[in-house]
Write a protein that binds this ligand. Structure first.
Ligand code: MEV
Length: 365
């Protein structure tokens, strides 16, 4: 019996969340927090998945059931029934199972029937917090299942121990991970699974993925307000607002697009060594403006307002990251922000019941 372990990073969106769903630019970077998936191929006629982070689930459909799965909506509805998941359900466990069943069936139907297997998934990422946990899960599932049915080759480790798939294989992984994300989130832009697949920093625009090579090492304080929310519901809320007030919300989404572009230019200027002080002041202003925009389009939350106020007391600038409505926020630290300021901000945020840590960004895909 063979065993394979794959992993994918979570992400933070610097700018462009929600606007990216409507074809605008987003800038996103991978995190040093990852999801891991171990897949063991066996021949016992059973398919099992174990997700200890979100409770343990074991599924053992007979071979006949899994043979019948395909990619059609009708089959997705059958899967929902099979797993007892009602339409419109936003429960993390149910959606994770549905995503697995779907990818197992659809990848089998697209080329070769997948064998029996045992899967174990564990993650350093909090779920439903805006850090791309579902995308990292979908990327891991796609990579493992595509390898298991030999749609992509099992990569050979390089001398320094890193393992990379070829570009066309990464594209295939990303394509299937996006299908998984669609099942979980309804109408995602694809930015989260792109970061999970390729890692690093990237610009995402209308489905096009452009690696960002000219970005400095950013110091970011990441805060989890621990307020739960559903990306699907928040994305749908923005769409409703845009449909209701196109000439009011449309320009705000255009402005967020311009913020992403200005941020990209400013990051490149910092790399080029152009007056870093001024550039950081621009980055901070962009964060403030975008946070106001995100409140206007209805994805703010009082927990995030409190986060912004607490860090502003230390002259730091924060915005939500990901879907908003609670979840996580990012605070930009300057290269020379003193440890005492960081510690005081962390203490204030911890006192409010939030989890908070300084992160490294740019983990590999
Ligand atoms: C979620 O991480 C980012 C959103 O823009 C949704 C998406 O892009 O699919 C809110």
């Amino acid at each position: 019996d063979k065993t394979l372990i794959v992993s994918a990073p979570g992400k933070v969106i610097l700018h462009g969340e929600h606007a990216v769903v409507h074809g605008k630019v987003a800038l996103a970077v991978s995190l040093n927090l990852r999801t891991y998936l171990q897949i063991g191929l066996c021949s016992n006629g059973r398919v099992q998945i174990n997700l200890p982070n979100i409770d343990t689930w074991i599924i053992t459909p007979g071979k006949r059931t899994t043979n019948q799965l395909t990619t059609s909506q009708e089959q997705v509805d059958k899967l929902r029934q099979f797993a007892g998941i009602p339409d419109g359900c936003v429960d993390t466990r149910s959606l994770a199972i549905l995503c697995f069943l779907y990818l197992y069936g659809a990848i089998s139907a697209s080329s070769r029937q997948l064998p029996s297997m045992e899967i174990l998934v564990w993650s350093e990422l909090p779920t439903g917090a805006g850090l791309g946990s579902s995308a990292a899960y979908s990327v891991c599932l796609a990579a493992a299942l595509l390898t298991a049915n030999e749609s992509i080759a099992c990569p050979v480790p390089e001398e320094n121990g890193t393992v990379r798939w070829a570009e066309d294989e990464l594209e295939l992984i990303n394509k299937w991970a996006f299908q998984g994300e669609k099942l979980i989130h309804g109408n995602p832009s694809g930015v989260d699974n792109a970061v999970g697949t390729w890692g690093g920093a990237l610009k995402y625009h209308a489905g096009k993925i452009m690696p960002l090579n000219r970005i400095p090492t950013l110091r970011i304080l990441l805060t989890n307000t621990k307020v739960p929310r559903s990306t699907k519901t928040l994305v749908a809320g923005v769409k409703d607002k845009l449909n209701k007030f196109p000439s009011i919300i449309g320009p705000i989404l255009n402005s967020i697009d311009a913020i992403s572009c200005e941020c990209e230019r400013t990051l490149a200027a910092i790399v080029a060594g152009d007056s870093t002080e001024e550039s950081y002041a621009v980055l901070e202003e962009l964060i403030d403006i975008n946070q106001h925009h995100l409140n206007v389009i209805g994805v703010g939350h009082s927990s995030l307002d409190r986060l912004c106020q607490a860090t502003a007391l230390h002259s730091l600038h924060s915005k939500l990251t990901g879907a908003g409505g609670g979840g996580c926020g990012i605070t930009l630290l300057r290269p020379d922000t003193s440890p005492s300021v960081v510690e005081a901000s962390k203490r204030a945020l911890n006192d409010m019941g939030y989890d908070c840590w300084e992160t490294n960004i740019g983990g590999h895909g």
